[in-house]
Ligand binder design. Structure first.
Ligand code: NAD
Ligand code: IPM
Ligand code: MN
Length: 349
C-alpha cells in the first residue's frame, strides 16, 4: 500500500484546531481507501520561538524536504512575537525555499453557505505568485526614529518568475472555462506592472483558446463583488493575490471556508497546503474555529499526491455537511462537531 509522508505544522492559535480536524478527516478517509498517510508533527510556532529564539530549527527546511507534502495551520501570535519575525522565520521561507511559486486559492460557495452577495453561481480560481514581487524582503530603513527617516521596500519581479506564474494561470484557465484575468496596477506602477502586462500579452499568443483580460487590481476587486460570476481564473502578484483572496474568502462566506495550496509545479520539492486564514487570536482556544478551509486544503493535498478519488470524496463529504446547514454559520457549531459530521459523511456519501 502506498504511504504518503506528510509534515504537520499546526503553528499558532486556531492552527492547532484546524490541522487536527483536517488530519482526522484525512486519516478516516485513508482507512477506507487504498493508501496510507503517515504524519510527523513539528511544533514550530511562536511558542517554539519563545523557547528557542527561532521559529524553526536551522535545518528545518532540510528536514521538511524529505516529506511528500506539508499541511500547515497558521503562523503568527502578534501579542508575543512580531509578525515580521514569525512569518519571515517560518511560513515565507518554506514557500520560497521549496519554489512553491503557485499559490492556488479556490473561491466558490459550498452548498448551504450564505455569502454576502446576491450572486451565488461564481467559481473563481485565484492563482497568486508566491515567491517574489512585493514579498521579496528587499529594502531597509535609515535614520530610524528621526524626522528624516526613510523606509524602502523593493518589489522584485523577474522574467522567469512572472512568466511561470502567468503561464500557470493560462494552463489553469485552459483546463477550466477558458477565461483568464491578469491583474496589475500598471496605470500607477510603470515598471513591474507594465512588465507583467507585456508578458501576459506575449504568452497570450501561445494560448489562443484562452480569453485573457488585463485588469487593474482596484477594478478587479470591485468586479469580484459586483460580478463574481464573470470571472474564472485570476492571476496576480504576491501582495495583490493576498488581498484579493481574503476578498474571495469573504464572498464565499468567510475565512473559515477559504483553502489554499502552495504548489511547486515542477515537483522538485514538497508543496504545502494551508487555509488562507491566520491564527485568529480573537477566537483561539474557544473550539469554534471553522475547520472547512483546512479540510478543503487537505483535499487539495490529496489531489496533488495523486489521490484524486479520495480528494473528491472529501469534498463530497464537506458539501453534504454544509448542505445540511452544519458549519455554515460562524460560531454556531464547534470545530469538533463539524469535523465529526464530515467524518460521518465520508462513510455515507
Ligand atoms: P486571521 O485570518 O487570523 O483572522 C481574521 C478574522 O477571521 C478573525 O476575526 C478570525 O476570528 C476570523 N477567522 C479566521 N479563520 C477563521 C476560522 N477558521 N473560523 C472562524 N473564523 C475565522 O487574520 P489576522 O487576525 O489578521 O491574523 C492573525 C495572525 O495570523 C497574525 O499573526 C497574522 O500575521 C497571522 N496570519 C497567518 C496566516 C498564515 O499562517 N497563512 C494567514 C493570515 C494571517
Ligand atoms: C496568507 C497570509 C500570509 C501572506 C501572511 C501571514 C504573511 O496572509 O497566506 O494569505 O500574506 O502570504
Ligand atoms: Mn493573506
Amino acid at each position: 500500500m502506498k504511504t504518503h509522508r506528510v509534515a504537520l505544522i499546526p503553528g499558532d492559535g486556531i492552527g492547532r484546531d484546524v490541522v487536527d480536524a483536517a488530519w482526522s478527516v484525512l486519516q478516516a478517509l485513508a482507512a477506507r481507501s487504498g493508501f496510507a498517510l503517515s504524519g510527523t508533527e513539528f511544533p514550530w510556532s511562536c511558542a517554539f520561538y519563545k523557547e528557542t529564539g527561532r521559529m524553526m530549527p536551522e535545518d528545518g527546511i532540510e528536514t521538511l524536504r524529505a516529506f511528500d507534502a506539508i499541511l500547515l495551520g497558521a503562523v503568527g501570535w502578534p501579542a508575543e512575537v512580531p509578525d515580521s519575525v514569525s512569518l519571515h522565520g517560518l511560513l515565507l521561507p518554506i514557500r520560497k525555499a521549496f519554489v512553491q511559486y503557485a499559490n492556488i486559492r479556490p473561491h466558490r460557495l459550498l452548498p448551504g453557505v450564505q455569502g454576502p452577495l446576491k450572486a451565488e453561481g461564481f467559481d473563481i480560481l485565484c492563482i497568486r505568485e508566491n515567491t517574489e514581487g512585493e514579498y521579496s524582503g528587499a529594502g531597509g530603513r535609515v535614520h530610524q526614529g528621526l524626522d528624516n527617516e526613510v523606509a524602502v521596500e523593493t518589489s522584485i519581479f523577474t522574467r522567469k518568475g512572472v512568466e511561470r506564474i502567468i503561464r500557470f494561470g493560462f494552463e489553469q484557465a485552459r483546463s477550466r472555462r477558458g477565461k483568464l484575468a491578469s491583474v496589475t496596477k500598471s496605470n500607477a506602477q510603470k515598471y513591474s506592472m507594465v512588465f507583467w502586462d507585456e508578458i501576459t500579452k506575449q504568452l497570450a499568443a501561445e494560448y489562443p483558446d484562452v480569453a485573457v483580460t488585463s485588469y487593474h487590481v482596484d477594478a478587479l476587486a470591485a468586479r469580484m463583488v459586483m460580478a463574481p460570476d464573470s470571472l474564472d481564473v485570476i492571476v496576480a502578484s504576491n501582495l495583490f493575490g493576498d488581498i484579493l483572496t481574503d476578498l474571495g474568502a469573504a464572498i464565499q462566506g468567510g475565512l473559515g471556508f477559504a483553502a489554499s495550496a502552495n504548489i511547486n509545479p515542477d515537483r522538485s520539492a514538497p508543496s504545502m497546503f494551508e487555509p488562507v486564514h491566520g491564527s485568529a487570536p480573537d477566537i483561539a482556544g474557544k473550539g469554534i474555529a471553522n475547520p472547512m478551509a483546512a479540510i478543503w486544503s487537505g483535499a487539495m493535498m490529496l489531489d496533488h499526491l495523486g489521490e484524486k478519488d479520495a480528494a473528491a470524496r472529501v469534498m463530497a463529504a464537506v458539501s453534504a455537511v454544509t448542505a445540511k446547514g452544519i458549519g455554515t454559520v460562524p460560531g454556531k457549531d464547534s470545530t469538533d462537531a463539524i469535523t465529526a459530521a464530515v467524518i460521518a459523511a465520508l462513510t455515507t456519501e
